[in-house]
Each structure stands twice: as C-alpha cells, then as structure tokens.
Design a protein around this ligand. Structure first.
Ligand code: SF4
Length: 150
C-alpha cells in the first residue's frame, strides 16, 4: 500500500495556529486505511499550538529555503528557523515511510502548495509554495491540496 504524507490538521489533529483542525474526511480515510503518514511541520519545527498566524514575507517557500525571504508571525517575530526545521522533519518523515506523494493543507506558509498568503496579513494570496511544500517538491515528492487530486 502506497504511503502518502498528510498534513496533520487535515487528518483531524487540532494543530493549526488557532488550535483547531481543518478536517478533510478523505484525508482521515487515508490514515484509517493505514496509508496516511501524518505530519505537522510547524509543530515538528518547535512552534507551539496555539500560536500567532505566520506568513512568508519577501517571497514564497522556495525563497525562504534559498535565504531570500523570511517567515514572520503576526507579532513581528521571525520564525524562519522553526519553519525550515519543520520542513526538514516532514521530508525525513516522507523518506522514512517511503512516501513519494503528499496531501498538504492549502495556503499554509508551511504546507501550502501553489498559493500562499502574500506576507501583508491582509488576506491576499500570491502564487508559490509554503516552506515544506517547496522542500518536498525539491526532493521529487509530488504535492497536492486534496486526496481527490491523487
Ligand atoms: Fe496543518 Fe501544516 Fe499548519 Fe501543521 S503546519 S497546522 S499540518 S497546515
């Protein structure tokens, strides 16, 4: 059975910045079937729950990995190191489980794929990946926003 990396908040874990989950029944099913490998990169990188919302300032997740952008929370604190550490932990979980595909929560500064908030905390989106999605893609892992896209 093919292992699939799954954002923990989609699998029902209340690990989002606001202390809630964003449960997707299809993601829960992946876990129940024994295929889902659950990971919360922000938690794995040392961020507490709940925590202030964070956005990528100055680019997207790929830019963060290359040192051209930072992850900053709503209080102005820089949490780039934690987000990069969490991305590395997610990649390690994929490698250990053999997962080559991942279902990741949309628009998150970690898990978002294809679209993230633009760093102004005004609700606007920009094209790009979160830090974890960018690192997984660099490792050749396919990332999607919904189990239906698998
Ligand atoms: Fe969900 Fe990913 Fe944010 Fe964790 S880091 S709460 S798994 S979107």
């Amino acid at each position: 059975m093919e292992p699939i990396l799954v954002s923990a908040c989609m699998a029902g874990v209340p690990c989002r910045y606001d202390g809630r989950a964003k449960t997707d029944p299809a993601a829960v099913r992946l876990v129940a079937e024994g295929r889902g490998v659950v990971v919360c990169p922000e938690g794995a990188g040392g961020m507490p729950t709940p925590r202030p919302a964070a956005e990528i300032v100055g680019g997207d997740g790929a830019d963060v990995l290359d040192g051209r952008a930072r992850v900053v929370d709503a209080t102005g604190a820089d949490c780039t190191e934690e987000f990069v550490a969490g991305a590395r932990a997610a990649l390690a979980a994929a490698e250990q489980s053999g997962a080559r595909r991942a279902v990741l929560m949309a628009r998150s500064p970690s898990c978002g794929c294809g679209q993230v908030y633009d760093g102004t905390f005004g609700g606007a989106l920009r094209p790009g990946d979160g830090v974890t999605a960018a690192l997984l893609r660099r490792a050749g892992i396919e990332v999607v926003r919904s189990p239906e896209e698998l």
